[in-house]
Ligand binder design. Structure first.
Ligand SMILES: Cc1cc2nc3c(=O)[nH]c(=O)nc-3n(C[C@H](O)[C@H](O)[C@H](O)COP(=O)(O)OP(=O)(O)OC[C@H]3O[C@@H](n4cnc5c(N)ncnc54)[C@H](O)[C@@H]3O)c2cc1C
Length: 387
């Protein structure tokens, strides 16, 4: 796929007016913009970067996210795997799960986000790149935005601007999410090492305190990363270097990457204020167990768009969005948060549970990421069996 940069729009002093403005062209923002444009709303996506841009992310699309994306991954799939390896590194316990469909599909985020934004533009949305939101005035029926380039006005504003959401800060949300530090590197190695490690993705739980490490094989390189639900005292880079050595990635031809954060608990102080809604990482919707955030980014974008449409473009959209999030997502995330604490915080408990029920647990996680089971019903029942 040939990625051409979108040209920035020519600047004019006039205020640009839209029904809905979406800040951020990640998977949450592009989904919301596409659906609204398909329903004849005038929509702008405002993005601070020139796109395509690198996003620190494993680029692992679990099966339930892939189903939501329908055929939009065509041409950008790096690899797909129906089998996954999950290790408890210090206990030398290893589990394998397999399905007859791709449990996890590998993409690069610059291409994924570019593709999804292109679909939103084809549906009628207007994209403004290299426009960073700087300030905002929120009156009851009109939101005015100043960006590093133009000024904008809209009735609804969707904050899809990721974990460091400027929109949340400008609109007055106090921080209430837990954010997990993470590292992601794109690593090119020699053919022998690539062939040895590229037949399946691996997850190494307890490689570092309160977290896990992963290797995601792409077409010609590995995305290697780690996350911890609490920052380890020695820092992530220390564990990252040891991890590469321990799994035998020593002959590194090239390596690029960076640290970032994954929000692993939703905001406690609501997801809308008047006609401003937060979606995806800005709302704190990544999965607390794995940090997988693309599914809920897409889903929350869809729910927010449908709330605006379903409200008949009235001021009830925010309330509808919050109710739907609650029904479709928040209860599951609450259970997942409890599970993540059990999994990462007690080594003793983890050992006991995995020794006895490790395979069963890995199968459940695979079912959840396939969309065949949901957290609340299944895990609460299973947890009761253990304790
Ligand atoms: C190291 C790491 C590995 C991960 N691996 C996976 C994985 O393998 N699979 C998975 O499902 N999830 C993974 N995640 C989580 C996933 O990346 C996020 O949950 C997902 O990107 C959230 O999408 P989003 O659309 O909400 O936000 P983002 O993808 O972060 O998009 C936000 C956009 O907003 C723009 N923006 C920010 N501020 C402004 C501003 N002021 N003005 C204008 N634009 C702005 C940004 O430039 C960006 O394009 C990982 C996360 C990390 C950190």
């Amino acid at each position: 796929m040939d990625l051409k940069y979108f040209e920035p729009k020519i600047l004019t002093p006039k205020i640009k007016k839209y029904d809905v403005i979406v800040i951020g062209s990640g998977p949450s923002g592009s989904t919301a913009a596409r659906i609204l444009a398909q329903h004849s709303f005038s929509v702008a996506i405002i993005e601070k970067c020139k796109i395509p841009r690198y996003k620190p992310c494993g680029g692992g699309i679990v099966w339930k996210a892939r189903k939501l994306l329908e055929n939009r991954l065509e041409g950008i799939i790096e690899n797909e795997f129906s089998n996954v390896e999950i290790n408890l590194f210090q206990q030398a316990l290893s589990f394998h799960v397999e399905r007859n469909f791709p449990l996890i599909t590998m993409v690069m985020r610059d291409k994924l986000d570019f593709c999804l934004t292109e679909v939103a533009i084809k549906a009628g949305a207007t994209l403004y790149t290299e426009h960073e939101v700087i300030s905002m005035i929120n009156n009851s029926n009109k939101i005015t935005l100043e960006t590093s380039a133009d000024k904008f006005e809209c009735k609804y504003l969707i904050g899809a601007d990721g974990v460091n959401s400027r929109i949340a800060k400008l609109a007055g949300w106090k921080e209430s999410r837990t954010v997990a530090p993470a590292l992601e590197y794109e690593i090119e190695t020699d053919t022998k090492t690539f062939n040895r490690l590229s037949y399946q993705p691996r997850f190494d739980i307890e490689y570092l305190p309160q977290g896990y490490a992963w290797v995601f094989p792409k077409k010609k390189h590995f995305s290697v990363g780690l996350m911890a639900i609490r920052a380890p005292a020695k820092g992530l880079h220390y564990y990252f270097q040891n991890y590469l050595a321990d799994i035998g990635i020593s002959n590194i031809i090239s390596q690029t990457g960076q640290g970032w954060f994954i929000p692993v608990s939703p905001r406690k102080n609501g997801f809308f204020k008047n006609n401003i809604m937060l979606i995806g990482d800005a709302a704190g919707l990544a999965d607390p167990v794995t940090g997988e955030g693309i599914t809920n980014a897409i889903l929350s974008g869809k729910i927010a768009a449908e709330a605006i449409i379903g409200s008949g473009a009235s001021n009830t959209a925010g309330g509808i969005y919050q109710d739907e999030l609650n029904t479709q997502m928040l209860k599951g995330l609450k259970t997942a948060r409890t599970l993540a604490k059990l999994l990462y915080l007690s080594k003793w408990l983890r050992k006991k549970v995995f020794e006895k029920h490790g395979q069963q647990l890995c199968e459940i996680v695979a079912d959840i990421f396939s969309g065949e089971k949901r957290y609340p019903i299944y895990l609460v029942r299973t947890l009761n069996k253990f304790f």
